[in-house]
Design a protein around this ligand. Structure first.
Ligand SMILES: C[S@@+](CC[C@H](N)C(=O)[O-])C[C@H]1O[C@@H](n2cnc3c(N)ncnc32)[C@H](O)[C@@H]1O
Length: 256
């Protein structure tokens, strides 16, 4: 596997991307250090599915009523796709997924896994900037658990907006910059419980929901929803909530 992260671009923090580049098979180990992404994935996928069906049904003829493939024909870009956890779930629902990540090994892991699962996903080892430069646009763009790892997050949102077609949707997920997130997402998840590799997160790079909403607005889009993802200690499970103090999702729409 390659030690080097691929093409440099303004949003890429080389050390951070190199750390993700080394994860290899851990991406698909549901009980390992990336397990939390598998645990929250059903909430993220349902969130995307429901917003796409609610907001894009009117202008997409291919968006049929099939309960098994509710995203049939929807073009979605998964930015910072890692090992493909989100990309695969969206493809299973019928979406035409393009997954990009600057770490070459992530794309290698994602491509191998998708092939094993019989899923056709267009994985590319390019930066999000390089994808935006092609002028391609998507019905929906998702950058989940990515923006807290990039350089210049407000510019990153502006660049993501360029990838969304008029009337299309942008989905973001990140962590709020609160005392609670310091306790849960850093001390708890990295140091006490060991859910996530130590050093994965820098509290200063966490983002307040209103800050994110402002960047979205500046990028010519409009926030349409935000929701929390909360861990329930009693049932040891995650659920969608109104508490955005730690992990949260945001959906935005580009005007036509
Ligand atoms: C925490 S992982 C999330 C992976 C995936 N989005 C998921 O939720 O399953 C963060 C990912 O963002 C990627 N990444 C970091 N900086 C990036 C950038 N500037 N542009 C695109 N992806 C980036 C990393 O390589 C890594 O795969």
């Amino acid at each position: 596997m390659s030690e080097h992260a691929a093409p440099h671009s303004a949003s890429v923090n080389p050390e951070d991307v190199a750390r993700f580049n080394r994860l290899g098979d851990l991406w698909w180990d549901k009980t390992g250090k990336m397990g939390i992404l598998h645990d929250i994935n059903p909430i993220r996928v349902t969130y995307i599915r429901d917003h796409v069906r609610r907001f894009l049904r009117g202008d997409m003829t291919a968006l049929n009523e099939s309960p098994e493939r509710p995203l049939e024909g929807v073009r979605i870009a998964d930015i910072g796709c890692g090992g493909g956890i989100l990309s695969e779930s969206l493809a299973e629902l019928g979406a035409q997924v393009t997954g990009v990540d600057p770490a070459p090994n992530n794309i290698a892991v994602a491509s191998r896994h998708a092939e094993k699962m019989g899923l056709a996903i267009d994985y590319r080892n390019v930066t999000a900037e390089a994808l935006a430069e092609t002028g391609e646009q998507f019905d929906a763009v998702a950058a989940l658990e990515v923006i807290e790892h990039v350089e210049g997050p407000s510019d990153f949102v502006a660049m993501l907006s360029r990838l969304v077609r008029p009337g299309g949707l942008l989905f973001l997920a990140t962590i709020d910059r609160t005392m609670k997130s310091y306790v849960f997402a850093i001390l708890g998840a990295e140091y006490v419980l060991g859910w996530v590799p130590k050093g994965t997160h820098d509290h200063d790079k966490f983002i307040r929901p209103d800050e994110l909403s402002g960047w979205v607005r500046k990028a010519g889009m409009r926030e349409i929803d935000r929701a929390g993802m909360s861990f329930q200690p009693l049932t040891r499970s995650w659920r969608k909530s109104h508490d955005t103090d730690v992990n949260y999702l945001m959906a935005a729409r580009k005007d036509r």
